[in-house]
Every structure is written in structure tokens, then in C-alpha cells.
Design a protein around this ligand. Structure first.
Ligand SMILES: Nc1ncnc2c1ncn2[C@@H]1O[C@H](COP(=O)(O)OP(=O)(O)OP(=O)(O)O)[C@@H](O)[C@H]1O
Ligand SMILES: [Mg+2]
Length: 252
């Protein structure tokens, strides 16, 4: 059974069909790539899945239920987490606090418990701290826990952003061009990070990426968008040899 299934999904901005009639599915723990030329609608597709935009056509089912109409934080609570094309971190906060905040947004204590520092607050605070450190350890970032996040090199900031997304314990992780702007050694480290996620977390991954070496090296299936439409999907080797895909990339 599919973990997430989009049927006839689309959105129109003014006259522009940024995403049009897309059928997509991903299974539990599957690693799927989403590729396509610039402006093809990849990020918009993520924005539809995460409730940033509401589709003008089609449906999205997650765990067998439609998630249309949910707000981004509700969709995150249901088990979909993401990273952004441009890194989003709290620049002035430490590495540890960036992860702790992600845990805190899932905590049970309410504002009053926090304001009056009731026992539950301390208990959950301590848990968040422990969990955050555990997560940093998995990604080999614990040595940088007290470093300001903006002081980290680019590749490590990306890694931290991914760790943050995993704090919500998602069933589906969406990564929007994580390798963009990385040098070859950072890209190699990113591949390692993805391998770590596969080993330690029970999550499916949908990866938007232009780096074909990365995509071909790790993805089990590919979906290709062009002008908002799905032009191919299936096994990676087959997809990249598809004449329509070749033409889309060569601008034919
Ligand atoms: N909020 C919006 N309003 C109007 N047009 C939009 C909006 N968001 C995206 N678009 C348009 O939708 C199309 C798809 O954009 P999108 O950012 O999804 O492409 P992409 O595949 O992620 O490209 P890239 O590889 O460059 O990141 C583009 O023509 C873009 O200008
Ligand atoms: Mg994009």
C-alpha cells in the first residue's frame, strides 16, 4: 500500500499551470527522486504535499486518508517533514537549540506549564535536550552542539536542517535540492547522511535533485516533471534513457 498517493494533482497560479494532473505514489521507507528542468514545478509539488498551497485539482492521500485542507503544521504532525531549497535555520541559535526547538513544537506541555515552570515543563525540557543530543550524535554533529548554526560550513548546515526535520519523527521526508551548492566532498557526505537516515529512521524519502550522480546512485524510483506535467516515472535507468526525458533536459 502507498504511504502517500497524489491523484490528478494540480495548481494554477493566474493562468499558469505550475503542476498539472500529477499522479504520484511513494511506499513506506522507499527512496524516490523527483527530477526535471528549472521551473518544472518540483518545489510547487512539495508545497502542495505540505499544505503551503491548496491544489486547484486532485487529491493527496497520506496513510490512506485525504490530507487536503490541512495546514502545514497539521501535515507535519501527521508525519510529513521537509527541508527547503534555501536553508532555513535559526541562524543566531546554537546547533543544539535548532534541534530542540523542533522537538519543542511537538511537546505536550501548554503555555501555562511553561510560564510557571511546572514539573512537567522540566521533565519535557530534559527529554528534548536528551533527544536532541541523541539526534546530533547520529549525524556526527554533537561536537558542534554549542556552535552558532550560521558558523557551520554549508554542508553541515544542510545536515543540521535534515536532522531538525527528523526531530518530528516523520514517515515521509521531503528534501528539496539538498546537494545544490555543495562541493564534491560535501555531496559525498550528504550521501552518507541519507544512508544514515535509511539505517536509523523509519521514513520514506522524496528527493528533489539536479545532481544526477546522486540521484542515480541512491534512488529506487524516479518521477520526472516538465512544465508541471509528469512526463516519465519508473526505474531510474529506464527513466533517464526515456527519449522524452532526454529531450526535456537537452531543451529539445
Ligand atoms: N506562488 C507562485 N505564484 C506564481 N507562480 C509561481 C508560484 N510558485 C511557483 N510559481 C511558478 O511555478 C513554476 C514552477 O516553479 P517551481 O519553483 O515549482 O519549479 P522547480 O521545478 O522547483 O524549479 P527549480 O529547479 O528552479 O527549483 C514556475 O514557473 C514558477 O515561476
Ligand atoms: Mg525548486
Amino acid at each position: 500500500m502507498s504511504l502517500l498517493k497524489a491523484t490528478g494533482l494540480g495548481i494554477t497560479f493566474g493562468g499558469l499551470k505550475a503542476v498539472s494532473d500529477v499522479n504520484f505514489d511513494i511506499k513506506e521507507r522507499e527512496l524516490v527522486g523527483l527530477i526535471g528542468p528549472n521551473g518544472a514545478g518540483k518545489t510547487t509539488f512539495f508545497n502542495l504535499l505540505t499544505g503551503v498551497y491548496q491544489p486547484t485539482e486532485g487529491d493527496i492521500e497520506f496513510d490512506g486518508k485525504s490530507i487536503l485542507g490541512n495546514k502545514p503544521y497539521q501535515i507535519n504532525n501527521l508525519g510529513i517533514a521537509r527541508t527547503f531549497q534555501n536553508i532555513r535555520l535559526f541562524k543566531d541559535l546554537s546547533v543544539l537549540d535548532n534541534v530542540k526547538i523542533a522537538y519543542n513544537s511537538h511537546m505536550k506541555y501548554n503555555a501555562l506549564t511553561g510560564i510557571f515552570r511546572l514539573p512537567r515543563y522540566f521533565k519535557e525540557e530534559k527529554q528534548a535536550n536528551e533527544k536532541a543530543i541523541e539526534l546530533l550524535k547520529i549525524f556526527n554533529l554533537e561536537g558542534l552542539a554549542n556552535e552558532k548554526s550560521s558558523n557551520l560550513p554549508y554542508g553541515k548546515q544542510r545536515k543540521l536542517e535534515i536532522a531538525r526535520a527528523l526531530a518530528s519523527n516523520p514517515k515521509l521526508l521531503l528534501l528539496d535540492e539538498p546537494a545544490a551548492g555543495m562541493n564534491p566532498s560535501e555531496t559525498a557526505e550528504l550521501m552518507e547522511t541519507i544512508a544514515i537516515i535509511r539505517k536509523n529512521f523509519n521514513t520514506a524519502i522524496l528527493l528533489i535533485e539536479h545532481d544526477m550522480g546522486l540521484v542515480m546512485g541512491i534512488c529506487e524510483r524516479l518521477f520526472v516533471l516538465e512544465y508541471g506535467m509528469l512526463i516519465a516515472s519508473g526505474e531510474p535507468q529506464e527513466v533517464i534513457n526515456n527519449p522524452r526525458v532526454v529531450a526535456a533536459y537537452l531543451g529539445d
